[in-house]
Design a protein around this ligand. Structure first.
Ligand code: ADP
Ligand code: MG
Length: 632
């Protein structure tokens, strides 16, 4: 018909991979050459995931319903030299094929390349999964890959094809929904056409996958995995290797778990749970959504990983819970309302806490778990009333008294008899904190101080309030306590008298005016001349700093400048008649610097220090006597 323009989709439009992808392919192919068989693990895992996702969508969308006997089929074809992996999963639309298979999933090529270079050869296969580049591993064994896919809720099928450099997309036909990945194997990869060899690979890598996997052999689909979910088997029948493979599959993890917790609950609640405490902290531990992604299965079928089966302060725990007590067609609404999940949750928390407690008895092993996840557990002390007492037993601290980690029970058992508080000092950097002048007076009296450096430490001690009847107290608020305890080491110099010290404090205060709430002599300092303390009853200086950094307006009164009446500098200052205004400013800035803060005016501070140095150097060397310790 004249005048009618037909728009015809070209049979196949060719698109180049992004430059990044080409480089990534090279990396995958070359660095993993000796482990080529893992392409099968990756493709089977993608297919199993696709079936799980379809089952989940079917809960709310009948168009997604899974066919009877949904599975992953592996079909080798020797004459054609192709290997096909087919599944009844969610499939991919045209756009999904282009975006999921033509781009890099989670991280860039560079990060991947660096990680590969740093990894030991045996760790490399796990990096593929961790970086979300599993699909590309098919090019290790194939010179051409075709993906034919149709979503269950669409009648359109599409064919994606690639030789590893670019890809084409063309309309196609397929009566069944799901995805077919066809690998045109390289000449030296014919070993992957042998059904027996394929079965060995599947058993090695995919035995834990609960979706049925078959391999086509002698005209039939033969089951290649046992089809029994790993968590349903008794512990004694599971090898450590299977546990580890499952753990890695769960969350794209690549390390070895620090603890495996596997049990079957029977009685009023019936469920199987397999939980893992990871061996390393994930990089997004404090950035992610803080939600637990422990997977919920009902009678082996995956339902969701959004059921929040553990609280946010156990979000690092990975695993699976499989219950008999919910119907298979459970809806989202039911998941939110059912008391079954609340009861399972409680049982899981108790079991995980017991595991931590048991692990706590081996301090070297526990120290590793604590370094990774201690800060997250502390969130539980802050957030949750019920397990707070149990969590208190799990806490560990660095201390002013020794280099290892200390529990609250140990601290309370060895504190001094007259000591009425658990002393804590908060800051950011453990090294810096260990040398803080705030500790001097406590060290000199052999009073142990717990050093708290996680951001959450600003909050939870007030919630827990006490341990074994002994309250927590910040040492920045505990100057007065020190008078009860004699110095363990005698100070070399004589103190200023109380009258002299008060008079000096008053002179400094009048020089510093409103920049400090007060100046007062303290017993807290031994070596340092000065230190800062929060205004009486005001929030800790560290907390004020955190709040200011978070952009909050902190209406706290200015700090108190504490002076050490035993310090030669104070004695020299007390002896001089002239104005000590410059020295007062310098002392306040020094106190700030000791806290890890910047001086109020860094340039003026530098100027004052320079002038003081010049003056002390130009003075005759005899100035060690009276006034020798003074500033200019
Ligand atoms: P990852 O699995 O880590 O996301 P892959 O490179 O293995 O990375 O796969 C990329 C994406 O391609 C998957 O996230 C998924 O969306 C899609 N995909 C791959 N294989 C299939 C499949 N058989 N069925 C449906 N989608 C798939
Ligand atoms: Mg994958």
């Amino acid at each position: 018909m004249a005048g009618v323009v037909e728009t015809v989709e070209p049979a196949a439009e060719r698109q180049e991979f992004a430059a990044e992808v080409g480089r990534l392919l090279d990396l995958v192919i070359h660095s993993l050459y000796s482990e080529r068989e893992i392409f099968l693990r990756e493709l089977v895992a993608n297919s199993a995931d696709a079936i799980d996702r379809r089952r989940f969508l079917a809960l709310t969308d009948p168009a997604m319903a899974l066919p009877e006997g949904a599975k992953v089929r592996i079909v080798p074809d020797k004459p054609a030299r192709t290997l096909t992996i087919a599944d009844d999963g969610v499939g991919m639309s045209r756009d999904e094929l282009a975006s999921q298979l033509g781009t890099i999933a989670r991280s860039g090529t560079r990060a991947f390349g660096e990680a590969l270079a740093a990894a030991k050869p045996e760790e490399r296969p796990n990096l593929i999964g961790q970086f979300g580049v599993g699909f590309y591993s098919s090019f290790m064994v194939a010179e051409r890959v075709e993906v034919l896919s149709r979503r269950p809720d669409s009648t359109e099928a599409w064919l994606w094809a690639s030789d590893g450099h670019g890809f084409t997309l063309a309309p196609a036909a397929r009566d069944q929904a799901g995805t077919l990945v066809v690998l045109f194997l390289k000449p030296d990869c014919e070993e992957f056409l042998d059904p027996v060899g394929l079965e060995t690979i599947v058993r090695r890598w995919a035995d834990h996958i609960s979706v049925p996997i078959t391999i086509f052999r002698d005209g039939k689909d033969l089951s290649a995995n046992e089809g029994v979910a790993l968590w349903r088997k008794p512990r004694a029948e599971i090898s450590e290797q299977s546990y580890h493979a499952f753990y890695r599959h769960l969350g794209h993890l690549f390390d070895t778990p620090a603890a495996i917790i596997h049990w079957h609950a029977e009685g009023t609640l019936e469920f199987a749970a397999l939980l893992f405490i990871p061996g390393t902290a994930p990089p997004d531990l404090f950035e992610q959504d803080r939600r637990s992604h422990v997977r919920l299965h009902v009678r082996r079928m995956f339902i969701t990983d959004q059921a929040e089966l553990l609280p946010p302060w156990l979000r690092f725990v990975q695993g699976v819970v499989d219950t008999e007590d919910l119907p298979l067609n459970v809806s989202r609404e039911m998941l939110q309302a059912t008391p079954v999940l609340a009861r399972i949750r409680k049982a899981l928390i108790n079991r995980v806490l017991t595991e931590f407690k048991t692990r706590g008895q081996d301090s070297a092993e526990y120290a590793k778990i604590w370094e990774n996840f201690g800060a997250v557990l502390k969130e539980g002390v802050w957030e949750e009333n019920e397990p707070r007492k149990d969590l208190a037993e799990l806490l560990r601290f660095r201390s002013s008294a020794e280099s290892g980690l200390v529990s609250l029970a140990e601290y309370v058992a060895r504190k001094q008899p007259a000591q009425e508080a658990i002393y804590v000092l908060r800051g950011e950097d453990p090294e810096q904190l260990a040398h803080s002048p705030q500790l001097e007076g406590f060290r000199a009296r052999r009073l142990e101080v717990l050093l708290l450096t996680d951001p959450i430490d600003a909050f939870w001690p007030e919630r827990l309030s006490e341990y074994g009847g002994v309250p927590f107290r910040s040492i920045t608020q505990a100057s007065a306590d020190l008078e009860k305890f004699p110095l363990a080491v005698e100070a070399a110099t004589d103190d200023l008298s109380a009258g002299q010290a008060d008079k000096l404090a008053a002179r400094l205060k009048s020089a510093l005016e409103q920049r400090v709430s007060a100046v007062r002599p303290t017993a807290r300092l031994v070596e340092s001349a000065v230190a800062l303390a929060p205004a009486d009853k005001g929030p800790d200086l560290h907390l004020q700093r955190l709040m200011r950094r978070a952009g909050r307006n902190v209406p706290a009164a200015p700090p108190i400048l504490e002076i050490n009446p035993r310090h030669p500098l104070m004695q020299a200052l007390a002896a001089t008649e002239r104005s000590i205004a410059e020295e007062a400013e310098l002392l306040l800035d020094l106190a700030r610097v000791q806290e890890g803060d910047a001086p109020a005016d860094p340039a003026r501070f530098a100027g004052r220090v320079g002038a003081a140095l010049a003056a002390s150097l130009s003075r005759p060397a005899s100035g060690k006597e009276a006034g020798g310790g003074s500033l200019p």
